[in-house]
Design a protein around this ligand. Structure first.
Ligand code: ADP
Length: 563
C-alpha cells in the first residue's frame, strides 16, 4: 500500500474509525439500556410488591369481617326468625360496620338467597330484597362454608370482589354473609401512578385493572419494549401483573449514547487531525528523503563528470605546458643560433690577443737576458688569465642559456641577468656599431624571475632592436630602469628597451603578441609571444608603446622586486 494508494488507505482508516465508533456507541447504548432496565425493574418490583401486599391485606381484612359477621348473634337471630324490624336493625348495624371496616356493601342473605339486610339499605339501588340464589359465591358458601367471586354487580353493574361466609353449621345453613369489596379507588390510584397494573385470577382472567377495557379478558401478550413484573397476592388465587414501558429507559439510553457520541466526536476529530498531521509529516519526510537521495545521486554523477573534466583539463594543461616549454626552448635555441656567430667573434678576439701576448712573452723570454723583460711577461700572463676568464664567462653563459629552464621563479640579481644578455648580444651590436646607452644597475637589485628565462626575454628584445637598427645611419639602443609601487604596496622594476629604428610596422602593432606574426624573411614570429608568456609566469608583464611617427620601438618589462 502506502505510496501507491493513499486514498484507499485513508478510506480504510476512516472505515475502521467509523466501525470503532459504531461499536463503542452500540456498547454504550446497550449498557445504558441494561442499567436503566435493571433500575426500572427494581423500582417497579418494589411498587408491585407494595400493591400486591396492600391488596392481600385488604382481602384478608374483609374476609375477617365476613367471618366475624357469620358468627354474630344478631345475624343468626335475624336469619333464624326473620322479621322486618330485625332486618332493619341488622341493616343499620351493617351500615355502621361498613363505615368502620370499609368494603363497599355488606349484606345478609337467607337460605333461599334473599337479602334480608344490607348496609346500603337506604340507597336507591339497595340490595335488600334482591335474590342472589344464582350467584356462585352464594351457592359456594352454602355448600362449602365460604365463597369468593369477582364479578359485576347484578344491580349496580359495578365490578367487585364478593366474599361470602355461610351462617350456621353445614347441612343446617341459615344463610350467608356477603361482603362486596369495591376496588375502584385502588384501580384509580394505580391508574394515576402510571404503569399498567392488572390482577389475574387462577384461570388467567383479568379482574382488577388500571385499564378498564381489559377487565374479564385474558392477560394481553407482552409488547416489545415492555417489562412485566409478576407478584402473587397472598391469601388469594390472584396474581398482580405490572407492565412497565421501557420507552423512557430507551430514550435515556439514547440520550446517553448521543451525549457520548458528542463527547467522542472532538476526540475522534482530534485523532483524525493527529493522524492527518502524522501522515503529512511522513509524506514530507519521504519526499525530503527522495529529494536528498536524488540530489546526492546528481552530485555524485556531477562529481564524477567534473573529476573526468578536471583530469582532462589537467592533461591538456600538462600538454600545453610541455608544448610551451618546447616552444620556449626552441625560441631560445633559435636565438642561440643567432648569437653564436657573434659569440664566436667575441671568443676569437680574446683568443687572438692571448696568442699575441703568449708569442710576445715567448719572444721576450728567448732573448739572451730575459730578466728585464720578466715584469712585462708577467703582465702578459695576467692579461692572458683575464682573457681566459672572459672566454670562460662567455662559454658558461652560452651553456646556461642553452639549458632548459626549470619553470619556477625566485629572487634573481637583475644586474647579472642583464650582463649575461649584453654579453650574448654583444657581437651583433659591435657588428652594426650600435650605441648602447644603459644605466648602472645596482648590483643588489633583485627581481622575482628565473635567470635563464629572464635573459631570454632581454636577449629577444635586444636582438629585435638590433635587427630593426640594421642599416640605420646612427643606430642607438637606450635602456632605462625605473622603480614604482602599486596600490597594494608591491614594488616594481620597469626596464625599458627603446631603439631609434623604424618603429613597429602598422600591420603588426595591433597584434604584436600573436604567434607567427613577423615582418622578417627569416623570422618565426614567436619571440615576443614567448617573452610575454615568460613575463606572465614571473607575475610580471611585457608591453610595447603604440607606434608613432618618427619614433622607434619601445618595449617595457615590469618585474616584481624581490624583498
Ligand atoms: P621575429 O623577430 O621572429 O619576427 P618577434 O615576435 O620577435 O618575431 O617579432 C615580431 C615582429 O615584431 C617582428 O617581425 C617585427 O615586425 C616586430 N618588431 C619586434 N621588435 C621590433 C623593433 N624593435 N622594431 C620594429 N619592429 C619590431
Amino acid at each position: 500500500m502506502g505510496r501507491r494508494a493513499p486514498g484507499l488507505r485513508r478510506a480504510l482508516i476512516a472505515a475502521v474509525a467509523l466501525v470503532a465508533l459504531v461499536i463503542a456507541l452500540t456498547e454504550i447504548y446497550r449498557l445504558s439500556a441494561e442499567r436503566g432496565s435493571a433500575h426500572l425493574a427494581a423500582t417497579g418490583r418494589a411498587t408491585a410488591q407494595a400493591r400486591a401486599s396492600g391488596l392481600a391485606s385488604e382481602v384478608a381484612h374483609q374476609r375477617a369481617v365476613v367471618a366475624i359477621l357469620a358468627g354474630d348473634r344478631d345475624v343468626i337471630e335475624a336469619l333464624s326468625a326473620p322479621t322486618g324490624t330485625r332486618g332493619q336493625a341488622l341493616s343499620e348495624k351493617l351500615e355502621r360496620l361498613r363505615d368502620a371496616a370499609g368494603g363497599s356493601v355488606l349484606y345478609i342473605v337467607s337460605d333461599d338467597g334473599t337479602a334480608l339486610a344490607a348496609s346500603n339499605w337506604n340507597e336507591p339501588d339497595s340490595f335488600r330484597g334482591s335474590n342472589y340464589r344464582f350467584r356462585s359465591y352464594f351457592s359456594d358458601a352454602m355448600q362449602s362454608g365460604a365463597g369468593v367471586e369477582y364479578a359485576l354487580g347484578s344491580v349496580s353493574r359495578r365490578p367487585g370482589l364478593y366474599l361470602s361466609q355461610r351462617v350456621g353449621p353445614e347441612g343446617a345453613a341459615l344463610g350467608a354473609v356477603i361482603d362486596k369489596v369495591d376496588f375502584a379507588e385502588t384501580e384509580a390510584a394505580w391508574q394515576r401512578s402510571g404503569g399498567h397494573t392488572v390482577v389475574v385470577d387462577a384461570s388467567g382472567r383479568v379482574t382488577l385493572t388500571s385499564e378498564p377495557g381489559l377487565r374479564f379478558g385474558p392477560l394481553p401478550a407482552l409488547d416489545e419494549g415492555r417489562l412485566r413484573l409478576v407478584e402473587p397476592v397472598a391469601g388469594t388465587p390472584w396474581t398482580l401483573v405490572m407492565t412497565l414501558s421501557l420507552a423512557e429507559v430507551r430514550r435515556q439510553a439514547m440520550m446517553n449514547t448521543v451525549m457520548a457520541g458528542l463527547g467522542l466526536l472532538p476526540l475522534l476529530s482530534g485523532l483524525g487531525y493527529f493522524l492527518r498531521r502524522r501522515r503529512r509529516a511522513l509524506a514530507r519526510a519521504r519526499a525530503e528523503l527522495t529529494y536528498r537521495q536524488d540530489l546526492e545521486r546528481e552530485v555524485a554523477a556531477r562529481t564524477r563528470e567534473l573529476s573526468g573534466e578536471i583530469r582532462e583539463r589537467v592533461d591538456a594543461e600538462k600538454r600545453l605546458a610541455e608544448m610551451q616549454g618546447r616552444l620556449v626552448q626552441a625560441n631560445r635555441l633559435a636565438t642561440l643560433g643567432q648569437v653564436t656567430a657573434g659569440v664566436a667573434h667575441e671568443v676569437n678576439q680574446p683568443l687572438a690577443t692571448i696568442r699575441l701576448l703568449a708569442e710576445n712573452g715567448q719572444a721576450m723570454l728567448a732573448a739572451p737576458d730575459p730578466a728585464p723583460a720578466l715584469p712585462e711577461v708577467a703582465g702578459n700572463l695576467d692579461q692572458i688569465v683575464r682573457m681566459c676568464e672572459r672566454i670562460q664567462t662567455i662559454t658558461s653563459e652560452l651553456r646556461g642559456f642553452s639549458r632548459k629552464a626549470g619553470g619556477g621563479h625566485e629572487a634573481v640579481s637583475f644586474a647579472e641577468a642583464w650582463e649575461a644578455s649584453l654579453l650574448l648580444s654583444a657581437s651583433r651590436r659591435a657588428a652594426d656599431r650600435v650605441r648602447l646607452i644603459a644605466p648602472d644597475i645596482p648590483p643588489g637589485l633583485r627581481v622575482m624571475a628565473e635567470k635563464v628565462r629572464l635573459e631570454q626575454v632581454l636577449v629577444n628584445l635586444l636582438q629585435n632592436a638590433h635587427e630593426a637598427l640594421h642599416d640605420r645611419p646612427d643606430p642607438e639602443i637606450r635602456v632605462t630602469l625605473s622603480r614604482s609601487t602599486d596600490a597594494a604596496g608591491a614594488r616594481w622594476i620597469t626596464c625599458t628597451v627603446a631603439d631609434n629604428g623604424p618603429g613597429l610596422a602598422p600591420e603588426v602593432a595591433g597584434n604584436l603578441f600573436s604567434p607567427f606574426l613577423t615582418t622578417k624573411a627569416q623570422g618565426l614570429g614567436l619571440g615576443l609571444v614567448i617573452s610575454q608568456g615568460i613575463m606572465r609566469d614571473f607575475g610580471g608583464r611585457l608591453r610595447a608603446d603604440p607606434p608613432g611617427p618618427g619614433r622607434g620601438a619601445r618595449f617595457h618589462i615590469d618585474l616584481r622586486e624581490a624583498d
